[in-house]
Ligand binder design. Sequence first.
Ligand SMILES: Nc1nc2c(c(=O)[nH]1)N[C@@H](CNc1ccc(C(=O)N[C@@H](CCC(=O)N[C@@H](CCC(=O)N[C@@H](CCC(=O)O)C(=O)O)C(=O)O)C(=O)O)cc1)CN2
Ligand code: MET
Ligand SMILES: [Zn+2]
Length: 783
Amino acid sequence: MSKQHFPQASILGYPRIGRRRELKKALEAHWAGTLTEQQLHERAFAVQQQNLERLVQLGLDPANGSLPGDHAYYDQVLDTLVALGAVPSRFAEVLSAPLSTADAFTLARGDAQRAPLEMTKWFDTNYHYLVPELGERTTLRANPAGLLENFTAHARAGHTIRPTLVGPISFLLLAKAEEGAARSGFTPLHRIDELVEVYAQLLAELAAAGVGWVQLDEPALVTEAGARHAVPGGLAERVYRQLSSGPRPALLVTTGYGTAGQLTRPGEGLGVLARAGVDAVQVDLVRGVAPQPEFLGQLQGTTVVAGIVDARNVWRNHLGASLIALRALRQAVTAAGGRLAVGTATSLLHVPHDVALEGNLPEGLADWLAFADQKVSEVLTLATGLEHGEDAIARELVATERALAARAAYPGTTVPAVRERLAGLGEQDLQRPDEQQRAAAQRAGLQLPLLPTTTIGSFPQTAEVRAARAAHAAGTLDDQGYRRFVEQEIARVIALQEELGLDVLVHGEAERNDMVQYFAENLDGFAVTEHGWVQSYGSRATRPSILFGDVTRPAAFTVPWISHAASLTGKPVKGMLTGPVTILAWSFVRDDVPLQTSARQVALALRDEIQDLQQAGIRIIQVDEPALRELLPLRAAAQPEYLRWSVDAFRLATGGAAAGTQIHTHLCYSEFGEVIGAIDALGADVTSIEAARSAMEVTADLKSFGYRRGIGPGVYDIHSPRVPSQQEIAELIGTALDSVDRQALWVNPDCGLKTRGYAETTASLANLVAAARQVRADQLAAI
Ligand SMILES: Nc1nc2c(c(=O)[nH]1)N[C@@H](CNc1ccc(C(=O)N[C@@H](CCC(=O)N[C@@H](CCC(=O)N[C@@H](CCC(=O)O)C(=O)O)C(=O)O)C(=O)O)cc1)CN2
Ligand code: MET
Ligand SMILES: [Zn+2]
């Protein structure tokens, strides 16, 4: 069959949340019971339609499959699970295929008896997907209804979308074996043949309904042989040969998030997918490299979509350089018998909608930036330039050069004093007093009981807290009024913790909109946005800050709040900082200096804040690094270098702390087994770590590593409103004690409580304290 021509310009996906977070608001209203399912569908459709209209207005072709069709309400992996009817066994009692919208929300959010599907990072991004669970007998049944309805409804409105699914190989590699199944040697990939049949059936039904193009995302094809998500050799060709052979729409297979390792072997190359019959293959030229001619193989009429516009960062594309790269690639692709088209490196899901919505960016900055809408224009401009030559885009080329020159010349870009301070640093700045001295000083100074209880930092961010901050931002609540409000909130949280009987208290973080944005607002070199929301998971989003210059700290900023909290209690209150790696991981970072340079600059600002906290009498300081694992490069060869500088940044931030100051850190949202060496190297006196959902597996890993310092494996999952019983928590503490010395064990939840309500928070913490006391008494009796 002769191959379909993919459009000259397209994007792989577009933000789903809406320019004003309309989808978030609709989802949360629906879950709260104030919006019916029908109303939710109407609002979601309106958001999609607004987005599609915008894309057409920007210049994308409304026909021919150039409009993206990733319309997930919650998560695209969840939507793929629904289309495949892959109902996890532990939900089979209450749910069966075909899964409805309500069923999908049950999987995403859990119910009274069942924890939700696990949530984990999507490659090396701050987006979280829901992890499918498969066993030998998990049902697999094609359920094209949702895809078809959505396609037809948009077609009626004049938009031919390209329905999008996670591809079969990535789906299985991102899934996990259901409980018990892994022990018998089962891995999800065992189900590949059955799964491909289900995809084939989905494709046949979509083709029958008139769908012209389908996009299958296969980011797992970027992983190298031997990596955790490695693709067995030959699999891609076998799977795609089978999918191409039946009745089907034209197929676009995408491979964003790295270099398509499987596809760049000599003799195989992109030719593997071309040979299999796929019509278009997208490659990521931002994280990956352009395939060399000898790796292309025989393209046999396949379109190669060059993912040249970065969809993970917000800097304006260097159009001139891109055009040169595209021309070279076109030559190679044409020589190999293919065609070249222009696209984004990944979905634009990872960037905000539109720079034009921002009114308060620092002078000049807007001109250096490109959010989703600007990136769509860049793709179109490059496609025009490629087809009609430089003259056709002369104006855009000049404007780009001018913006880049202005950025380089901007005074905040390079601050000499910062560069000098960095140059003067040595190994001694990373070194804390020896561990025995620290332990002795802290034991004497803090007087903590066995199995000390604490929380991770944030308490529920109630509607009142957010409304007060919104009023402050709008100018209807003045500085003093806002400060008084936050101080009252802190007083309430301190009183609550005293009442609950926690041992180490927190101030609750009421003054923080977000644990990264708040730091960016208080440090020079970062800009923050008003509307730059990016989906993180489900209905939750963040406004990643934009690091554009060298980092300095104009003044101490956490000290007044922590001091206020400390003044209200005799118990220790933790100072609470976000670590350098996490601040960078959850921001858009510079592309003009190495990340590790920025990390050291942020570390120095935090180091100064730690000095000021100590001076104010704070004895415990927590430096959160939940994103430490997230930035770990996908490529194994690049990992040691990353771990070295990220650990050093933490040590630089904390290296000035006195022996008697107890440094805590907190890690979550990832499996940490593979980076325990790095966690140890951070040298924190106490580490709290997410563990409840994985049944304390991490404590066994820590034991085999020989980890000795303080450790607080989370004893309950804060992502669901479920209240854990005292019994259940006591058992988890018992499990932890099998691997951890009782002198080293802390008792705390998995993560901060900001997304929870007060009712379940209070009940859960009461059980946590009671469980810790119960086990503490047993342990003391046994001595
Ligand atoms: N940056 C970052 N990344 C992270 C995490 C994190 O905490 N921060 N945690 C992990 C999981 N990801 C998460 C991401 C977001 C949220 C979250 O709760 N986000 C909130 C927004 C938090 C925020 O920025 N709040 C602002 C703005 C609040 C707001 O919506 N205001 C209203 C008006 C206020 C009102 O009257 O309600 C508006 O602007 O429309 C504030 O409190 O000031 C949400 O989506 O709802 C939680 C976890 C991993 N990555
Ligand atoms: C995502 S890690 C969160 C840590 C932060 N201190 C909090 O409690 O919210
Ligand atoms: Zn956390």
